[in-house]
Design a protein around this ligand. Sequence first.
Ligand code: PXP
Length: 256
Amino acid sequence: MIPVNPTQLRLGVNIDHVATVRNARGSAYPDPIRAAKLAEKAGADGITAHLREDRRHISDQDIDRLMAHLGVPLNFEMAATPEMQAIALRHKPHAVCIVPEKREERTTEGGLEVAREENALAHFIAPLRDAGCRVSIFIGADRAQIEAAHRIGAHVIELHTGAYCDTHAEGRFDEAEAELHKLRDMSALAHSLGLEVHAGHGLTYDTVKPVAAFPEVMELNIGHFLIGEAIFRGLTPAIAEMRRLMDEARGQSAVA
Ligand code: PXP
């Protein structure tokens, strides 16, 4: 089992969009596993990869190679389907993050509907828990969903930060502030129920600090912005700057 640092706010780097660029040409380049290894060296505490049903970015072979070569935990993002469950049970990654998935969406647009699917999801995650995977549920900042995630036996919830980031990017700062309040209150609620709290989606240098400052949040998963920023400054400096901002928000110096 790959160790997890229990004290520091962890940064999970999502490498899906390295595969998006690779697949645009149907070539082997750029290699998402090379990016994952580089991210690891740059200070990522984990790597996140989403094997989508349509395989639009990450492939089955990418998951095989990540499992073989990563020195940090893999957070395997997947929809709640029998096919993905079988793949997860074959690999037994450190964590599985259950996300909603629609073929027509560009990205994971909302959180999972846990409250309505409680029984089905409880049955779905039971074998993953039994296999030793940390089970994370990607949800909106909503009390009913968090309480349902707790009841079905999830270890972790990952709060969807997309609404906060989108409103911030559009200059709707009052709405962004309201979204941030919801995220903060729901982080505290989830923590009080004994759930580990993660957050992610759409985070950038401009939006990361208020979320990183929530004391209950243990991990941020960030992809699209970092891979985009890597075009301009390189992957290692792009990750180092995100790490610095996270540490600053948490009141820690990046220098030990
Ligand atoms: N967390 C989850 C559960 C996601 O689905 C995604 C997007 O794949 C992310 C984090 C990362 O979002 P972004 O790529 O916008 O940083």
